[in-house]
Design a protein around this ligand. Structure first.
Ligand SMILES: Cc1cc2nc3c(=O)[nH]c(=O)nc-3n(C[C@H](O)[C@H](O)[C@H](O)COP(=O)(O)OP(=O)(O)OC[C@H]3O[C@@H](n4cnc5c(N)ncnc54)[C@H](O)[C@@H]3O)c2cc1C
Length: 399
């Protein structure tokens, strides 16, 4: 039974993280039969620990269509305002800027939800849909030909399908096996992520303190609680990680200038070294990349997973159309169309975040002045502010 189901798959998806499972659901909704292969059955739940994801409205609408959002919406908090505070201590100091969703006619830019809640909602929907998920170990071989690809795994499993979706994260083995070149660079920073309670309500305001070692961001959760992403240089991050809960709460309070009052009850902290990953193309040799297999960015401005879901939405729509026209769903024409459709969105955001992060780390005056002038213009010019807000939450052709 299992072997015959495997033999009939249209799409092999490597990776059962949020991008991989979203790809499975979206392909299924396009009439394609997916099989999901992860190295382990628990890896994605473990990876979800500590982090939250700020998801923009268009992403939420996509998750609603996939049947995922309903199960996590009660644990999600609307993000109504985004505030930037220059805390670099450098001269000239960039002006503080606040962007309100109402300025672009929205009640909120999106919602923040703990990754663990999102992972639970994905797992429940995968079960409801009867998605075939296996854990055959590492990928040991990948070959592609005129009619399909064959993936071989550590436990001897072999899967054949016309399209392989690589959703196996930033160090994607599937991407490498397909011969897609990637370029990555690290920043010497580590992001600590978790959540804590605070004295005063956040009122839906997400605050990003721009500090010399990187941003410190507070992202609202339900109640008087926020998740945080705190980027520091390696040695300082290690010191903060080693603190007990009470000492960490004091440090977090200081770093936030007590904007939400005193901080208490911090969760376990998870650490993520910051790097950027770019790839030469988003599809080759019957393999299409989605999520962090396609792009990894520093956790600034909540772009990573929002981009990943847009990859999935675009790819599934192209594959569904190709199937309805009787065309090859993993052929070169589809993969070229996919690369062309995703390149602008991914590159503009990746390079923009890289520049913003570097402008914080660097003492180079023109870079500092440029960041300050940019924020001044955004803070004062109405049309520019609105364009920035719309572009921040979705690429132009998604609005
Ligand atoms: C601190 C922090 C905060 C963030 N905040 C936000 C935010 O607010 N908003 C936002 O949009 N994004 C955010 N991101 C980015 C977001 O978390 C990532 O984009 C997202 O988790 C990537 O999902 P993914 O499914 O592509 O990869 P992953 O979640 O890494 O999943 C990859 C899966 O592939 C499996 N795997 C690995 N190797 C193999 C293999 N060889 N074969 C098969 N399977 C394999 C793994 O076990 C895993 O299950 C944040 C990131 C960090 C670090």
């Amino acid at each position: 039974m299992l072997m015959s189901e495997l033999a009939q798959a249209d799409v092999i998806i490597a990776g059962a993280g949020p991008a991989g499972l979203a790809a499975a659901f979206a392909c299924q909704d396009e009439g394609l039969k997916p099989v999901v292969a992860d190295t382990s059955r628990t890896a994605s739940a473990a990876a979800a620990k500590g982090r939250s994801a700020a998801l923009f409205n268009k992403t939420i609408a996509f998750l609603q269509r996939l049947g995922v959002w309903e199960a996590c919406q009660d644990a999600a908090e609307p993000l109504k305002t985004l505030q930037f505070v220059d805390d670099t201590g450098r001269i000239p100091r960039a002006p503080d800027c606040a962007f309100h969703a109402v300025e672009i006619g929205e009640g909120a830019f999106g919602c923040n939800v703990a990754n663990a809640d999102l992972a639970r909602a994905f797992a429940a929907e995968a079960e409801r849909r009867g998605i075939l998920a296996i854990a055959p170990g590492r990928l040991t071989g990948l070959s592609s030909g005129a009619t399909g690809a064959r993936a071989a795994f550590e436990d001897g499993t072999r899967l054949d399908a016309p399209l392989v979706i690589a959703a196996d994260g930033r160090n994607s083995a599937t991407r490498e096996a397909a011969g897609i070149r990637s370029f990555s660079w690290a920043y010497g920073q580590i992001a600590l992520a978790g959540s804590f309670s605070h004295e005063r309500p956040h009122n839906g305001v997400c605050i990003e303190f721009h500090r010399q070692a990187g941003p410190f961001t507070l992202i609202p959760l339900p109640g008087n609680r926020s998740s945080f992403v705190w980027s520091e240089r390696k040695a300082d991050a290690e010191r903060l990680l080693a603190l007990d809960a009470a000492a960490f709460a004091v440090e977090a309070g200081k770093a936030s200038h007590f904007a939400l009052g005193h901080i208490s009850d911090p969760s376990e902290r998870a650490a993520f070294p910051l790097s950027t990953v770019l790839v030469r193309e988003y599809g080759l040799a019957r393999v299409a990349l989605v999520g962090e297999a396609a792009h990894a960015v520093p956790p600034i401005g909540a772009q990573g997973l929002n981009l990943g879901f847009r990859d999935v939405e675009t790819l599934a729509a192209l594959a569904g159309e190709a199937r309805r026209r009787g065309e090859d769903i993993g052929g070169d024409a589809l993969l070229r169309a996919y690369t062309a459709a995703r390149r602008g969105d991914i590159l503009s955001r990746t390079l923009g975040l890289d520049l913003l992060n570097r402008s914080l780390l660097s003492g180079f005056f023109p870079l500092q002045a440029g960041r300050g002038l940019g924020l001044l213009a955004l803070g004062t010019a109405g049309p520019l502010r609105r364009a920035f807000m719309r572009r921040g939450i979705a690429p132009a052709n998604f609005l």
